[in-house]
Design a protein around this ligand. Structure first.
Ligand code: KG4
Ligand code: ZN
Length: 336
């Protein structure tokens, strides 16, 4: 079964075709980073308009790349949430219109489920046994999830305020670094002096698996204000202290989740899982098998939507008649 996947939940227009027999056939990705860079974050209305502009030409490009025609497809999957409502609607209406005109089945995909399954896309992927723990860390979410089977998710803990990626983006803005903040901070931190600042590890001194990143953001802001004007060394040192605090906090909570559930397998996914220090820390210091997607599947992409959609279509699931996009969509409400 060949499934076209369409991702438009935020600032990436991503399309891919996944074949349940032969794997990923091709993918295209257009990032709106330059469009939003001047604003230090995604501007929802600009994002929706740019998805409209790009979605059709990217579909044509993908079909050319795969040497396929629309009539070679067997199903269409699209991100139905969570995400920016206007941006989601572009992908959803395009996907549903296409499916309608081609008489193909369509399926709604939960963006975070797609992130979670992304480590499994590659045909030669080393698969964790079920159940496993997933650390989902993106611009919109920071969650620890127990995965009992595909579709059966229990949220063990989540951020009570900002997501980790959002904190990266906001602190980068304070430091005058580019959007997206995660890669910019990671790069600046390379020249940092680890002995200069120690930032707090929020919510690690009390029990539980929830996260909070807003205090760390305020601490960063206070440090920025106390060191004006910022030299490039100040920027590097603050970047390193911030990055280190986020990595340690995520690590401590992952270790706690593994101890609490006695499940020694963890998948990490979402944009922040591209962070090399986070990968290295979990891989070396967690008493567990750690799985993560290749960097291209960490941040938003169409391949993960095609893959997650193909799994659900193959099980006979279909989107309901109405187009139901959801800005918020708790993952434990998903049907399994
Ligand atoms: O999953 P994603 O592409 O989009 C959402 O679903 O939100 O995640 C984007 C987030 C951004 O906040 C970005 O700053 C962060 O992932 N990110 C990183 C890195 N690469 C991307 N954060 C830390 N280190 C990175 N290398
Ligand atoms: Zn995402």
């Amino acid at each position: 079964m060949r499934v076209l996947g369409i991702e438009t939940s935020c600032d990436e227009t991503g399309l891919a075709i996944f074949d349940t027999e032969s794997g990923l056939l091709g993918q295209v990705l257009y990032s709106q980073i330059d469009l939003h860079a001047d604003y230090g974050g995604v501007v929802p209305e600009l994002a929706s308009r740019d998805h409209i502009r790009k979605i059709k030409p990217l579909t044509d490009e993908l079909l050319r790349q795969c040497a396929l025609k629309l009539t070679d497809l067997d199903g269409i999957a699209y991100t139905a949430g969570p995400g920016l409502m206007g941006a989601l609607l572009v992908g959803a209406t395009f996907a549903r219109s296409l499916a309608w005109s081609l008489t193909l089945p369509a399926i709604e995909v939960h963006h975070m489920e797609a992130h979670l399954l992304a480590p499994l896309i590659a045909a030669d992927a080393d698969l964790p046994e079920l159940p496993f723990i997933a650390l989902l860390v993106s611009g919109g979410h920071t969650q620890l999830v127990q995965v009992d089977t595909v579709g059966d998710y229990t949220i063990l803990g989540e951020s009570v305020d900002d997501a980790a990626g959002e904190a990266f983006d906001k602190v980068a803005k304070m430091l005058g670094l580019n959007y997206p903040g995660g890669p910019a901070i990671a790069k600046a931190a390379l020249a940092g002096d680890a002995t200069r600042f120690t930032f707090p590890r929020p919510m690690t001194d009390r029990p539980g698996l929830d996260f909070s990143f807003s205090g760390l953001k305020t601490h960063s802001l206070n440090t920025v204000k106390a060191n004006q004007p910022l030299s490039s060394q100040d920027i590097a040192d603050i970047s390193l202290a911030f990055e280190h605090a986020v990595v340690e906090t995520l690590f401590i909570k992952c270790r706690r989740a593994i101890e609490q559930t006695a499940i020694p397998r963890i998948i990490m996914a979402g944009g922040v899982s591209a962070n090399t220090k986070l990968r290295a820390k979990l891989a070396s210091d967690l008493n567990a098998a750690v799985f993560y997607p290749p960097p291209e599947f960490c941040t938003d992409n169409g391949a993960m939507i095609a893959y997650a959609g193909a799994l659900r279509l193959a099980r006979g699931e279909r989107a309901p008649l109405e187009i139901n996009t959801r800005a918020r969509w708790p993952m434990d409400e998903l049907a399994n």
